[in-house]
Ligand binder design. Structure first.
Ligand code: SIN
Length: 475
């Protein structure tokens, strides 16, 4: 297991020798001590990325595409091994971890195809006096900061398009789940990614690390996935150097079930939208708005499905929900449920911590939740489904949009016209219409409002990692 920093194509300890303890959330046991990068290490990583990027940007798009394609293949060849590492440090069930590796690898396959298709344009100005040539060179060095909920996919969703466009990268994986990132760095090398182009530097002093990375003159971009408050702080700091930014921030997804929905399909969609990856996704359904005519049936069936979820170590057979990432997250989820109950909600199932080592919370359904109850204001990031009953569609949409977040919404109805009309009224960057999961490397992932800036994936995603240069030409 690799536990050192990866800088300039070599493995080494941090400048001050400090380490970060990586903890198994299913047991609380220490798995590994990983080197912690200092500000000097961040500076060295940016310098290495800069030097390698200058050469990488000169390579033919096809050459870059083939290296990226090889990364996809290697990740799939090592799917089980990478998935085991994810379960070990993150806790999610093996089936989710295996799915995450395939999802993560797919960003390399997709962007290997996009690398050869970066477009420019040529136009004649309306005046006829000018030819307008527009091209898209790489930005330079991209700083990538990722969360612990997808130890592989949140890195590859940024790194693959960054490399495809001709950039270098300095990655700060989360201190909770650095091991997967370090293993991916080894596979990148095996695939032919040049030494120095990608640097992986976990740290337990994120602020000092980021200050150093921002100040390096070659750093031109920040791509971040994480909470809105952290994103706001990073945006402020990035402003000092006017960095390009792509921010994938928090969510507070409404999940809307109309009276004409096929309830079994809505429950299945709800289970996916709430519970995939142990309910620790920013796309997780956070507030369930259910029409009064079907609220009883939906809530009963959802509670049955939640009560049947097997909770445990991600390595155990048939486990569908692992532990929360750590005790702090467990305390937060427990407090949100307690506050909701104090505000009048009723527990239909769950509503308690599990009495075992690790940070486990029982899959929970709450009903009689008021639309303005505190639990509807927070991103839960845990296996709790608060059900809010509605009768008036306009009023419900008002509540659904009454949040600063706008990442995703879900709509379940048998009436496609109504589904599309309501989807258009939900203030979110992504909508699952009769779908409990929308994530796809070929689609634009990202949020409106305080859920983020920019998009990842799709044919647009690669351009986030490019500059736009206009050449006024005459010939
Ligand atoms: C996230 O939770 O940050 C990403 C979820 C996804 O890509 O499906």
């Amino acid at each position: 297991m690799q536990t050192q920093l990866f800088i300039s194509g070599t493995w080494r300890d941090g400048a001050d020798g400090a380490t970060i303890a990586v903890i198994d959330p299913a047991t609380g046991d220490r798995i590994a001590g990983v080197a912690s990068a200092t500000p000097a290490d961040a500076t060295a990583a940016c310098q290495a990325a800069h030097e390698a990027q200058v050469e990488w940007a000169k390579t033919a798009p096809r050459e870059r595409a083939e290296v990226l394609r090889r990364v996809f293949e290697l990740m799939m060849e090592h799917q089980d091994e990478l998935a085991s590492l994810i379960v070990r440090e993150q806790g999610k069930p093996m089936s989710d971890a295996t799915g995450e590796v395939a999802y993560a690898a797919e960003f390399f396959r997709w962007n290997s195809e996009e690398a050869a298709r970066i477009r420019g344009t040529l136009a004649t100005a309306p005046s006829g006096n000018n030819r307008i040539i527009v091209r898209h060179p790489p930005v330079g060095v991209v700083v990538i900061i990722t969360p612990w909920n997808f130890p592989a996919a949140m890195i590859t969703r940024k790194l693959a398009p960054a490399l495809a466009a001709g950039n270098g990268a300095v990655i700060k994986p989360p201190s909770e789940t650095p091991l997967t990132a370090l293993r991916i760095a080894e596979l990148l090398t095996e695939a032919g990614v040049p030494g120095g182009l990608v640097n992986v530097t976990p740290t337990d002093d994120a602020q000092a690390w980021f200050d150093a990375a921002v100040e390096h003159p070659a750093t031109r971009m920040l791509s971040f996935t994480g909470s809105t408050p952290v994103g706001q702080a990073l945006l402020k700091r990035s402003a000092d150097r006017v960095l390009k930014t792509v921010m994938e921030l928090g969510g507070n997804a409404p999940f809307i079930v109309f009276g004409d929905a096929v309830i079994d399909a809505a429950v299945e969609g709800a289970m996916t939208a709430k519970m995939r990856h142990s309910a620790e996704t920013c796309t997780a359904a956070n507030r369930f708005f259910v029409h009064a005519n079907v609220a009883e049936e939906f809530t009963t069936k959802l509670a049955e499905a939640m009560a049947a979820v097997k909770v445990g170590s991600g390595f155990d057979d048939d486990v569908e929900c692992g532990p929360l990432i750590h005790g702090k997250q467990l305390d937060k989820v427990a407090a949100l449920v307690d506050d909701a109950v104090a505000a009048g909600a009723e527990i239909v199932t769950g509503g308690e911590r599990l009495d075992r080592p690790g940070s486990f919370y029982a899959p929970t359904v709450l009903r009689n939740v008021a639309p303005d109850s505190p639990i509807t204001r927070e991103e839960i990031f845990g296996p709790v489904a608060p059900v809010i009953t509605f009768t008036d569609t306009d009023e419900m949409i008002g509540h659904a949009n009454d949040t600063e977040m706008g990442l995703i919404g879900y709509v379940f109805t048998s009436d496609l016209a109504r589904g599309l009309a309501v989807s258009e009224r939900i203030q979110a960057g992504m909508i699952g219409l009769n779908k409990g999961s929308v994530s796809d490397p070929a689609a634009p992932f990202g949020g409106m409002k305080q859920s983020g800036l920019g998009r990842e994936g799709s044919t647009d995603g690669i351009y986030e990692f490019c500059e736009t240069q206009y050449i006024a030409a005459d010939w």
